[in-house]
Design a protein around this ligand. Structure first.
Ligand code: NAP
Ligand code: ZN
Length: 362
């Protein structure tokens, strides 16, 4: 992510009162209570009391330094919904008392070609909601496993529907990360689309691809998830360990979205694509995924990646979900259960997103 550093003279030292949070102090430590500072809102800032925060597998990858980029302490969390408690004098989109949401980014340089195209996630200077250099206070940014956050209004999202806030929180990462590639590669009615892995991202991928009219197949390692997958929008479910069933599907898919968090054989899925079909990797395992180039060369197949989505597209996704009645299927937990939730993520035992009720954090 961003590697920018900020000099002491750039820093805005105005801090608000101590904010309760949960942090990992090292790759080996469990998450535990921690106190952080947030800045006082500047003219364009919004202060949000966090009500719910989703638990993304990226939180676990980062807390345990699996991507080798963590700076401790790490306060994870980038699926944030809450209530506006204060706005700066130049804020236009929000007022105190509104519901608001924050996803994976809290800033970018706003001047580069990517930012100008609304693709802030590809800005070289994008600031992640956590584990990025904090240009206001110094140190690193702290995420949503906390009571409140202060964010520039450009990076705050409006909620068109506020009936099920806990079910909306995961849209801010799992929702946009699956929506963006489905839109970019123009998934549409009648196309054969595969979703690999039924976790947080995968279950949003099923719902969204189904709403876009695709014929959707879920590939899973968990036979017990078959019925749920059908309820969530899958037309077909394939147990990926069943070689005979996989072989029957070689060369039949227009598009496959791989949402798997751990090592697996990517070539099995590349071979399922039609000529010119595309497999997009959004899952980000710790180790490389070896690719057989012949899977790509024959049939001119594409293997691509995709990172979350821009702010405008995130708003579009929230509006799309409100229109289609789409939210995440969640298991709400108190923050004291976060370490247990991480262990369950590692066992593919999540139905289908943990969401922290921040009222549990005192
Ligand atoms: P998750 O809820 O833990 O789901 C991961 C799913 O992957 C599991 O439920 C399981 O599904 C499958 N899986 C796990 N281990 C597997 C294995 N060894 N072999 C095959 N399948 C396995 O995770 P998530 O929050 O959805 O995140 C998924 C990945 O996307 C993570 O690596 C995360 O960091 C990454 N991510 C990327 C972006 C981006 O912008 N590109 C954004 C957010 C997250 P089944 O039980 O159905 O097999
Ligand atoms: Zn995430």
């Amino acid at each position: 992510m961003s590697t920018a550093t900020y000099t002491e003279t750039n820093l805005d030292k105005k801090q608000s009162a101590a904010t309760p949070a949960y942090a990992a102090q090292s790759a080996k430590d469990q998450l535990a209570p921690f106190s952080i500072q947030r800045r006082e809102p500047g003219p364009k800032d919004i202060q949000i009391e966090i009500l719910y925060c989703g638990v993304c597998h990226s939180d676990l990858h980062t807390a345990r330094n699996e991507w080798q980029n963590a700076t401790y302490p790490v306060v994870p969390g980038h699926e944030i919904v809450g209530k506006v408690t204060k706005v700066g004098k130049d804020v236009k989109k929000f007022k105190e008392g509104d519901y608001a949401a924050v996803g994976c980014m809290v800033d970018s340089d706003r001047t580069c070609p990517e930012c100008k195209e609304g693709l802030e996630q590809y800005c070289n200077n994008f600031v992640g909601t956590y584990n990025s250099p904090d240009k206001h206070l110094g140190g690193m940014t702290y995420g949503g496993y906390s009571k409140q956050i202060v964010v520039d209004e450009h990076f705050v999202l409006r909620l068109p529907d506020t009936k099920n806030l806990e079910g909306i929180a995961p849209l801010l990462c799992a929702g946009i990360t699956t929506y963006s590639p489905l839109r970019h590669w123009k998934v549409s009615k009648g196309q054969k689309v595969g979703i690999v892995g039924l976790g947080g991202l995968g279950h949003m991928g099923l719902k969204l691809a189904h709403a876009m009219g695709a014929d959707v197949t879920l590939f899973t390692t968990s036979p017990g998830k078959t019925e749920d997958a059908k309820r969530l929008g899958a037309n077909h479910v394939v147990i990926s360990k069943n070689t005979a069933d996989m072989e029957k599907l070689v060369g039949t898919f227009d598009f496959i979205l791989d949402c798997v968090s751990a090592q697996h054989d990517i070539n099995l899925y590349l071979n399922l694509l039609k000529r010119d079909g595309t497999l997009v990797q959004v899952g980000a395992p710790e180790q490389p995924l070896p690719t057989q180039v012949f899977s790509l060369i024959f049939k001119r197949r594409n293997f691509a990646g995709s990172l979350i989505g821009g702010i405008a597209e995130t708003q579009e996704m929230l509006d799309f979900c409100a229109k289609h009645g789409i939210t995440s299927d969640v298991e709400v937990i108190p923050i004291q259960k976060i370490n247990e939730a991480y262990e369950r993520l590692l066992k593919s035992d999540v139905k289908y997103r943990f969401v922290i009720d921040m009222a549990s954090l005192k």
